[in-house]
Design a protein around this ligand. Structure first.
Ligand SMILES: Nc1nc2c(ncn2[C@@H]2O[C@H](COP(=O)(O)OP(=O)(O)OP(=O)(O)O)[C@@H](O)[C@H]2O)c(=O)[nH]1
Ligand SMILES: [Mg+2]
Length: 266
């Protein structure tokens, strides 16, 4: 659930990049970080605990857009994809407002994608969240490689509800911001509804309204106000990743809450 600070008028929306090991989740965050104006982003953090093997996730807070007069902050997080990091994956999912499922398009990894997606569904059930009602965008990554799983196969096996998907090559920055914009577009109305009780417009009515010129102009104005713009004027291509070590999973949970709240104080 998004954090809201009513006195400073800030909202933090939590988006988790989920997917099998090495599918490109961290690569997405690093690219976003490198393209963001330094004033619009927090530190790229890597939180770790030394339990058996190191478990970690990445966190990138960024500022973008408004909901009414509240400034929106997206807290982008990745989970470690390898099978044995289940506990870490579950922790990071807690309270997610939206999910980007980063699939690896290489043919031998089809089962790994499906299993990981199944794990996502199960982990959410433990928080009483139904994935079918969660803002979700698919990213079919590594499209620059040969021997790819056809997007039709991904769509029929992973995405039967025809949710938004992006074919990407995160390593080259292709499709990274497209994915981020798509998930932002899905999460903002949901968070707005949760926090302010504003009802989302049913699509059909919206289409009818667009026929009317006056209404259309008004909508365009509103749209411009809500436009989610991620890349600022001054890019900073340098990537600095700060590592923080923790003793346990519980410490990480506390730290995540603290970081989310601290970032929206500013
Ligand atoms: N060819 C290609 N390689 C990619 C792409 N995206 C990521 N990679 C590479 O895949 C490897 C894994 O990328 P990461 O971003 O670390 O993957 P991850 O999903 O964060 O992995 P875990 O944290 O272990 O779950 C790295 O060597 C990346 O450079 C892509 O679009 N194309
Ligand atoms: Mg990673």
């Amino acid at each position: 659930m998004a954090f809201v600070n009513y006195s400073t008028k800030n909202i933090a929306i939590k988006v988790v990049y989920y997917g099998p090991g090495l599918s490109g989740k961290t690569t997405n965050l690093r690219f976003i970080y490198s393209k963001m104006d330094p004033e619009s982003r927090g530190d790229l953090l890597c939180l770790e605990t030394p339990v058996e093997r190191t478990i970690f996730f990445d966190l990138l807070p960024i500022k973008a857009g408004m909901i009414q007069d509240f400034r929106i902050h997206f807290q982008l997080m990745t989970v470690p994809g390898q099978v044995f990091y289940e506990a870490s994956r579950k922790t990071v999912l807690k309270g997610a407002d939206g999910i980007v499922f980063v699939a690896d398009s290489q043919i031998p990894l089809l089962d790994a994608n499906l299993e990981n997606f199944d794990g996502l569904r199960k982990n959410l059930v433990e928080y009483n969240v139904d994935l079918n009602f969660m803002p979700l965008v698919f990213q079919y990554n590594k499209r620059d490689l040969d021997n790819l799983i056809p997007k039709e196969t991904f769509n029929s096996l992973l995405n039967p509800l025809s949710l938004p998907y992006v074919e990407s090559s995160a390593i080259n920055g292709v499709g990274v911001f497209e994915t981020l914009k798509k998930i932002a577009k899905l999460t903002v109305p949901v968070v707005r509804e949760k926090i302010f009780g504003e009802k989302r417009e049913p699509e059909k009515e919206e289409k009818e309204k667009r026929k009317e010129v006056v209404e259309k102009a008004k909508q365009e104005r509103d749209k411009a106000k809500d436009e989610i713009k991620f890349v600022g004027k001054k890019e900073d291509p340098q990537i600095r990743m700060t590592k923080i070590r923790f003793k346990s999973q519980v410490d990480i949970e506390d730290q995540m809450k603290k970081l989310a709240k601290e970032f929206i104080k500013k």
